[in-house]
Design a protein around this ligand. Structure first.
Ligand SMILES: Nc1nc2c(c(=O)[nH]1)N[C@H]1C(S)=C(S)[C@@H](COP(=O)(O)O)O[C@H]1N2
Ligand SMILES: [Mo]
Length: 306
């Protein structure tokens, strides 16, 4: 795998939203015309046709209201506490049913992939939602490079365990490490990305630096943060929330307004940024990504496979 990727921008250098949107248009033009110069290298992502047309939330919203139990259960805990995490150096172990298992440097994980900007909707199972411009690449790119063997049916992901830097892990809030899983076809779907940034810059720690999954048609908890291990396995992995409460959380966790959580309705959502009492909007089947993903679930009873 090729080397050479180096992300030098810090998120403190991030531009306000209006500038960002302007710059995004500029960049789209620059890339299309083929003269993105060195000064622009860090943000030279390809704008993606998979992006939603909804306007993104503010950088402030999506980096101060987070779920990342490794740093506490409060929505503001990750922003307050995640600065303690060392994200460089970072390596990811790839194992199980693959041709090229190993411990890979982050640079090797990213090397060779086309970085894209994907503006995706994220819908948390708790009822809030956000529109986030991610920087990332298709998970299928990495899986193809490591070589998935024929016995592999699922992909299992694990978050770092490092209680000295992840204050929430000093308590047994969840069983650590945080674990997630996808069926192989879900993992290979072009919508599924590994993100390394947002708003054209490095991923802030509270959003899962330096590498997190984004699966936009599933509830937010499937999008596991700060990944250190990716395993190709034959059996459906037991994910963290299913392990905590299998009655409330399943393996698939597809966004579905017709299947309620046992303790609350999933029919509507509250977009971040409008204030706590802002108007709720209807939640869409597969979070609005049905055209690209519904076919994977034909014939499945989505009330049973929630
Ligand atoms: N390791 C880990 N990943 C995680 C979580 C977590 O607690 N730990 N929370 C999940 C949940 S419930 C949501 S809604 C999203 C939130 O992502 P964001 O904070 O970047 O918006 O991260 C997901 N990934
Ligand atoms: Mo969530």
């Amino acid at each position: 795998m090729s080397r050479g990727w180096k992300n030098t921008l810090k998120y403190s250098q991030v531009t306000p939203r209006a500038d960002y949107l302007n710059r995004r248009q500029l960049m789209a033009g620059a890339v299309a015309m083929g003269f993105a110069g060195p000064a622009m290298a860090q943000i030279a992502t390809v704008p993606s046709r998979y992006s939603t047309s909804m306007p993104p939330n503010s950088f402030e919203d999506v980096t101060t209201y987070n779920n990342f139990y490794e740093f506490g259960t409060g929505k503001d805990d990750p922003a307050k506490n995640a600065h303690t995490l060392t994200v460089d150096p970072w390596s990811v172990k790839i194992d199980g049913m693959v041709d090229n298992p190993g411990n890979y440097d982050l640079a090797d994980i990213i090397g060779g992939a086309t970085m894209e900007e994907r503006i995706y909707r994220l819908r948390c199972v708790e009822g809030w939602s956000a529109v986030i411009p991610w920087v990332g690449f298709e998970l299928s790119n990495l899986l193809n490079r490591v070589g998935v063997q024929s016995g592999a049916k699922y992909v299992k992901f694990e978050t770092l365990v490092r209680p000295e830097e992840m204050s929430g892990q000093k308590r047994k809030l969840l069983q650590w490490p945080y674990v997630e899983g996808l069926r192989l076809d879900e993992a290979m779907n072009p919508l599924t990305i590994l993100a390394t940034g947002l708003y054209g810059n490095e991923l802030p720690n509270q959003n899962g630096a330096p590498l997190r999954l984004v699966v936009p048609w599933k509830y937010g908890f499937k999008s596991i943060k700060s990944i250190v291990r990716i395993s190709l396995v034959s059996k459906e992995p037991l994910n963290t929330w299913q392990q905590e409460n299998a009655r409330e959380y399943g393996f698939f966790s597809n966004v579905n307004p017709n299947v309620d959580h046992p303790r609350w309705s999933q029919a509507t959502e509250r977009p971040l940024g409008g204030g706590l009492f802002s108007k709720r909007i209807p939640t869409e089947m597969f979070n609005g990504y049905g055209d690209q993903v519904a076919a994977m679930y034909t014939g499945m009873d989505l009330e049973k496979f929630y």
